[in-house]
Design a protein around this ligand. Structure first.
Ligand SMILES: [Ca+2]
Ligand SMILES: [Ca+2]
Length: 197
C-alpha cells in the first residue's frame, strides 16, 4: 500500500464535488476547519491510535490515503465515492479499506469515527472479519469516547455490522444487538462493542 501517513489533506476545501486526483500524493495543508476541534477521527491498520481532524472530509481523505476528496462540509461518504477514489488512485484490493463510519448523533451528525482495515468483508455473515470489544477505548481530540455514544452508523466494503449493547459482544441478560446500517432508535447511545461479519 502507499506509505503516506498522517497526511492532512485539505484540498477538499476547494472542491465542490467528489474529485478523484491522479495519485495519493496530496500535500499537507492547514485548513480553517469547521470548528469541530478534531472530532472526526480515523484509524488505519498500521496506526497505533486514531488521528483526528476538524472535518469528516479530512478524515476520509486520510482514511483513503488521499484517494477520496469530499466537499469540505460533507458528513457522509458513499461506497460509490470510495470505489471511484480507489480506482482513480490505482489502489489495489489490499489498500486501506473503509469498512464503517459511526456518528454520535442520529442521521449521521456530530462526531464521527471511520474504521479502516486492510480489506473488506467476505459476504459470509457466519465469519467475523473484524471486531472492537470496547468502544470506550476510542477517543477523539476533544476527550470524547465512543462508549454508549453511537447514534447512527454506515457500513462499507461488504461488511455487515452487529452492534452490541454491552462490551465484548455480551448478549447475556439484557444485552441486545442491532445489525446493519442504522440511525437513532433504541440503540442510540447504547452500543458498546461491534463486530463486522
Ligand atoms: Ca464474514
Ligand atoms: Ca452499552
Amino acid at each position: 500500500m502507499f506509505g503516506i501517513r498522517n497526511s492532512v489533506l485539505a484540498g477538499a476545501v476547494a472542491v465542490a464535488a467528489l474529485t478523484t486526483l491522479a495519485g495519493p500524493t496530496g500535500a499537507a495543508v492547514a485548513t480553517s476547519g469547521d470548528g469541530g476541534g478534531g472530532k472526526h477521527c480515523t484509524v488505519r491498520p498500521n496506526q497505533r491510535g486514531p488521528v483526528c481532524f476538524d472535518t469528516f472530509a479530512q478524515a476520509i481523505a486520510d482514511a483513503t490515503n488521499g484517494a477520496v476528496r469530499l466537499p469540505a462540509g460533507a458528513r457522509t461518504v458513499t461506497q460509490r465515492q470510495l470505489d471511484a477514489g480507489a480506482r482513480a488512485a490505482g489502489l489495489g484490493a489490499n489498500a486501506a479499506t473503509v469498512v464503517a463510519v459511526v456518528y454520535n448523533d442520529a442521521n449521521f451528525g456530530g462526531h464521527s469515527f471511520t474504521f479502516v482495515k486492510d480489506h473488506g468483508c467476505d459476504g459470509d455473515w457466519g465469519t467475523v472479519e473484524f471486531e472492537e470489544g470496547n468502544l470506550r477505548y476510542f477517543y477523539d481530540n476533544t476527550g470524547f469516547n465512543w462508549g454508549d455514544e453511537i447514534g447512527s452508523a454506515q457500513e462499507y466494503a461488504g461488511c455487515h455490522g452487529i452492534y452490541y449493547e454491552n462490551s465484548w459482544f455480551n448478549t447475556r441478560k439484557s444485552g441486545r444487538t442491532v445489525e446493519g446500517a442504522w440511525s437513532g432508535g433504541w440503540m442510540d447511545d447504547e452500543a458498546s462493542s461491534i463486530r463486522w461479519v
